[in-house]
Design a protein around this ligand. Structure first.
Ligand code: ZN
Length: 140
């Protein structure tokens, strides 16, 4: 395991905008505030969702689309740099009206309502290609 000691910096709470993309809003916020490394938690609801499952054998992401109202219970993720842009790596557990859940790596989702807590770190994290997994990981 590689690791890096970081110091906590600014903290935020935020309300996500109705009708806007869940992940895109976090990235735009990170751009606005100049956040180069952070972790976040969020909860709320979305009107649809596109998850991506990483096939470890094929080393490809497979999309999974949901076109229905879902509760975000919760979202968790981090902000770092990927290919010259801030990227909000986001995982979600999403629940349906009957209480069943789907979950995974979030690509996009239309926000119904959302609340976010963000903890910035005094570091700049930048993802780099990892040969073993073919993923973009932190070279710590
Ligand atoms: Zn992921």
């Amino acid at each position: 395991m590689d690791y890096l000691e970081v110091e906590g910096a600014r903290e935020y709470v935020a309300r996500l905008d109705h009708g806007a993309d869940w992940r895109g809003q976090i990235e735009a916020f990170a751009d606005d505030e100049g956040i180069d490394a952070a972790f976040f938690y969020g909860l709320g609801a979305v009107q649809d969702a596109r998850l991506m499952f990483y096939d470890q054998d094929d080393q490809e992401y497979e999309p999974i689309e949901f076109d229905e109202p879902l509760e975000v219970v919760p979202a968790v993720g981090n902000v770092s740099w990927l290919e010259g842009e801030r990227f909000a790596h986001t995982h979600v557990t999403l629940s349906r009206a009957d209480g069943s859940v789907v979950a995974g790596h979030l690509d996009s989702a239309t926000t119904f309502a959302g609340e976010l807590y963000v903890r910035e770190f005094d570091a700049k994290l930048e993802r780099a290609h990892d040969e073993t997994t073919d993923l973009d990981l932190w070279p710590l």
